[in-house]
Design a protein around this ligand. Structure first.
Ligand SMILES: [Zn+2]
Length: 337
């Protein structure tokens, strides 16, 4: 691995990150110089805490333009989620809902940031939770608000203002990895939680070995957490995390963190996390194309995908109506209880 953090000329107009957002360290090690398509993209590992992030990265304006452009492409094919997309998201939402359920009660106030097509919100509201959403993608946000009649505001995270101690719980599913300053976002949510309130965060796992090594990095993901870094981020903003857990294939990592039931939220802290950089480095260095080919993942994943598609076709043959699909996915949640 190279020790240099100097930007190649193609990154000339990108912003160089001088200090780690998580621990304030200035010592980074380059772990990759290209993205999944072979385009230049430098990814670094913070030696102070094991946080992994794009550096240099596009400016805030360039990131916003990137998303606008990406969204326009997405709109051409699917301004709103198609039935198969809704069904896939609804099954994922049912799993997330079952994770959140023990921490929710009827009438409690929940905010889902990055609520997508609204599938999770719909299920939480079906359970009697006063769940609301924020979604930056206009197509999906409007679909949730207009077709599913859900309380979703279409806005970017940067514009979000939350009343302190107004929420019983909040969730951030596959959002934090897109944020320039995830700690700032977590702090905003921590402040918005009532004492004793819960936050659930899930992101792609920085140490995932279920994907090809070269597929790990791409421009849309600005930051990468492993379990210890995610727990550390929660502690840094004053929350008390439970141990982080991995999805069955190790591709995602999630954590539940609670705002202390007593007292004011402590000040935001940026502290090192000894040993975590070595842990992440060891995993990344050990994950070669050859080692990947010797695992079950490259062979099992296509079969699992095929089986999912077959079950999906069976379901969509019964109905393609959004509400009916949500009800069917919700029934899988009821069976999990
Ligand atoms: Zn750091």
């Amino acid at each position: 691995m190279s020790r240099s953090t100097e930007s190649p000329s193609s990154f000339a107009d990108w912003q160089r990150i001088a200090t780690c957002d998580l621990c304030g360290s200035v010592d980074f090690e380059v772990v990759a110089d290209s993205d999944r398509d072979g385009k230049p993209l430098r990814t670094v590992l913070c030696e102070g805490c094991g946080f992994v992030f794009t550096n240099p990265r596009p400016t805030t304006q360039q990131i916003e333009e990137f998303y606008r452009r990406e969204y326009r492409v997405a709109y051409k094919g699917a301004w709103a989620p198609k039935p198969q997309h809704l069904w896939r998201s609804a099954l994922v939402a049912a799993e997330r809902c079952s994770r959140l359920r023990p921490f929710l009660r009827e009438g409690s106030r929940h905010l889902d940031l990055g609520s997508g097509g609204g599938e999770l919100l719909w299920m939480l509201r079906r359970l009697g939770v006063d769940a609301r959403g924020i979604e930056p993608n206009e197509g999906y946000g409007r679909f949730a608000a207009e077709s599913l009649l859900l309380p979703v505001e279409v806005m970017t995270f940067q514009d979000l203002r939350l009343e302190p101690q107004s929420l019983d719980s909040a969730s951030l599913f596959h959002v934090a990895e897109h944020l320039e300053h995830p700690l700032q976002a977590l702090r905003l949510l921590a402040e918005a939680l009532k004492p004793g309130g819960w936050l659930m965060v899930e992101v792609p796992h920085a140490e995932a070995t279920c994907v090809f090594p070269a597929s790990r990095w791409h421009l849309a993901h600005l930051v990468h957490f492993n379990g210890p870094a995610l727990e550390h981020a929660c502690r840094s903003v004053g929350l008390e995390p439970q141990p982080a857990w991995l999805s069955p294939d190790g591709g995602n990592v999630a954590v539940l963190a609670r705002r202390p039931a007593q007292g004011d939220l402590p000040a935001l802290q940026r502290q090192p996390l000894p040993g975590n950089a070595a842990k992440v480095r060891q995993t990344l260095e050990g994950h070669s194309v050859l080692s990947h080919l010797l695992t079950r993942h490259p062979y099992v994943r296509p079969v699992e995908r095929l089986l999912r598609r077959l079950r999906e076709r069976e379901q969509l043959a019964k109905t393609r109506e959004p509400m009916a699909l949500l009800e069917a996915a919700f029934a899988t949640l009821e069976r999990q209880v």
